[in-house]
Design a protein around this ligand. Structure first.
Ligand SMILES: Nc1ncnc2c1ncn2[C@@H]1O[C@H](COP(=O)(O)OP(=O)(O)OP(=O)(O)O)[C@@H](O)[C@H]1O
Ligand SMILES: [Mg+2]
Length: 223
């Protein structure tokens, strides 16, 4: 469904991604680990069509992202992709349920239906009681779960997650990551997860390591 084939990315003269190839099948989870500065985030930006690749190709459902215009690409990102970032990055002026409903609202869904769908995903993450709070009124782990709910609420084909629990202690981080992978699997959403957590990486369907811009497949996980 998502295929990277020999992707190169440069920042000016310096090369951040060197000939990266990856295959993500429908509903599958892939984990990427590797040292700081090795190019993991850069690769994620290429896969998600946020940064254009210089050589090689990223294909999603058969079309090359490089062939899409800016508007097509943003529409694709909005409707078919979801994102979770290191610090969650919720909008402080919106409630928990409004944050989680955002992708549906951006897709034009009416507020009551969007909030109902958000409420269901929040419930599955144990956050039903926090729906009307602001992000400043919930804990770090809870706000990461809200970010997970927001990434999954529109049932995207792929969620790109870049150290989504970077701000949490390790026990809490592992719990949130496991809930995230379980929920994504249950709705058939594929995940590309950058993580330092080796235990969580082992639970992914496929594992990759990145060193100095070079992505290497490590084979299948425990599942
Ligand atoms: N916008 C940019 N302009 C120039 N160089 C950049 C830019 N973003 C990243 N780099 C460089 O590209 C390389 C890869 O960075 P990247 O952020 O992809 O690494 P990473 O594996 O995600 O690291 P970390 O684990 O610390 O998040 C690094 O050497 C970094 O300094
Ligand atoms: Mg990074």
């Amino acid at each position: 469904m998502l295929v990277a084939d020999g992707v190169d990315l440069f920042y000016g003269p310096s090369q951040a991604v060197r000939g990266a190839s990856l295959v993500l099948r429908r509903g599958e989870t892939a984990a990427i680990t590797g040292p700081s500065g090795s190019g993991k985030s850069s690769l994620l930006y290429c896969l998600a069509g946020v940064l254009p690749v210089v050589a090689g190709e990223v294909r999603f459902e058969g079309s090359s992202l490089g062939d899409l215009g800016d508007e097509e690409l943003s529409a694709l990102r909005r409707s078919r992709f979801g994102f979770v970032f290191q610090y969650g990055e919720l909008l402080p002026e919106l409630t928990v349920e409004e944050n989680a409903a955002l992708p549906l609202r951006l897709a034009g869904q009416r507020k009551p239906a969007a909030l109902a769908a958000a409420g269901e995903v929040l419930g599955r993450l144990g956050l039903a009681d926090l729906r009307t709070r602001r992000p400043s009124q919930v804990s770090g782990g809870q706000s990461q779960r809200v970010a997970v709910a927001r990434a999954l609420v529109h049932r995207p084909a792929v969620v790109f997650a870049d150290e989504p629990t970077g701000s949490l202690d390790s026990a809490n981080a592992t719990a949130v990551l496991e809930e995230f992978l379980t929920l994504a699997r249950s709705q058939g959403t594929a995940v590309v997860l950058v993580t330092h957590d080796a235990d969580v990486a082992a639970k992914a369907d496929t594992r990759y390591t990145m060193v100095d811009g070079v992505l290497t497949a490590q084979g299948r996980g425990q599942r």
